[in-house]
Design a protein around this ligand. Structure first.
Ligand SMILES: [Zn+2]
Length: 333
């Protein structure tokens, strides 16, 4: 395997291009090279690959200023400035510049041993082209996933994501076997997202709900945060809560229904021994009075109010949650 690389150009090796793209911004190989299995991906050590990039004038060591900027937090820079009786005002750039101007020797010592590289022009062009190509590939898959979600073909949606991850050099997640991925959990989750309509979101029309559900499903499937996959900026629900909160309420409702289903299953397994459900609140002053009222109380499966609580007026949405047990002796409130 090792020999094969030397017979060809590293520019045709996706692993080398991925590594090069790490240096689009200043980066110390020590910070990432060990985390992933770079040596087997590259079919040579990352050090060797980096030497190729240096020899081919793709990357360079960063300046002392950039090195300090990379290494030190603002608080550390201010500490160094204070120790030298220098002003601590200004942004990070200015703090670094002041330190290097006043004490270059000491600053070199401060950053000694840390190797940080960044792309130079030729490397930047190649790396950007690679990143753009990869993003385009992902966008095509994303569109197919959206299509599958629209058709309620959840198995297809989950499989598309799994196949995409399996095709990547460094797939998402730890110890996930994307090649033999079991989609059943995803299918159950997606079904629940598109099935439940939380009372709290009762005033939304079908179109609004569909959009919220689609974003929630994409966040779930791709492990996105809302910032990675937001709704269009002009999307309005008419609710007092923000769009990202509305989506988290949708997901909280799915979680609630999952818990209730588990509780019901357990109750059946216990031959009908009554289960008790307790509602908990966050212990802070952001909890609204409606949520406080239902919190710290015990309920049966029949009378537990749905979460997120429909009467909740918390700015950041209802953060109540439930636990359940068979322990009826502690259920007296
Ligand atoms: Zn509330």
């Amino acid at each position: 395997m090792l020999r094969s690389l030397f017979g060809r150009d590293w520019k045709n090796s996706p692993a080398h291009l991925l590594l090069l793209s790490k240096f689009l911004s200043p980066k110390a190989p020590a910070d990432f090279a060990k985390k992933e299995n770079w040596a087997s991906l590259l079919e040579e050590s990352p050090e060797k690959a980096i030497k190729r990039f240096l020899d081919d004038r793709m990357i360079e060591l960063v300046s002392l200023e950039e090195l300090l900027e990379y290494k030190c937090k603002v608080t550390e820079l201010k500490k160094l400035l204070k120790q030298r009786g220098l002003s601590t005002s200004g942004n990070k750039d200015e703090l670094v510049r002041r330190l290097v101007q006043s004490d270059p020797e000491d600053m070199r010592k401060e950053a000694a041993g840390l190797l940080v590289y960044k792309c130079i022009k030729a490397g930047e062009e190649i790396a950007k082209k690679y990143v753009t190509g990869e993003n385009e590939k992902k966008e095509i898959i994303q569109r197919s996933v959206l299509d599958a979600l629209n058709k309620r073909n959840f198995k297809e949606a989950a499989k598309l994501v799994a196949n995409y991850e399996a095709s990547r050099l460094i797939p998402r997640g730890v110890n996930i076997d994307w090649k033999n991925y079991d989609t059943s959990r995803d299918i159950a989750m997606l079904t629940a997202i598109f099935e439940h309509k939380p009372k709290m979101l009762a005033q939304l029309d079908d179109r609004q709900l569909e959009q919220l559900r689609t974003v929630a499903a994409m966040m779930y499937l791709w492990s996105y945060s809302y910032a990675d996959y937001p709704l269009p900026p002009d999307f309005k629900t008419g609710l007092t809560i923000a769009n990202d909160v509305a989506i988290s309420m949708l997901l909280a409702n799915v979680q609630f229904h999952n818990e209730i289903a588990e509780c019901r299953k357990s109750q059946a397994e216990w031959k009908g021994v009554p289960h008790v459900i307790e509602i908990y609140n966050c212990n802070d002053n952001l909890v609204c009075s409606a949520c406080k009222q239902i919190g710290r109380k015990y309920y049966s499966l029949k009378d537990v109010p749905e979460l997120p609580y429909e009467k909740c007026t918390c700015e950041h949405g209802c953060r109540c949650w439930i636990t359940w047990s068979t322990d009826i002796t502690s259920s007296k409130t």
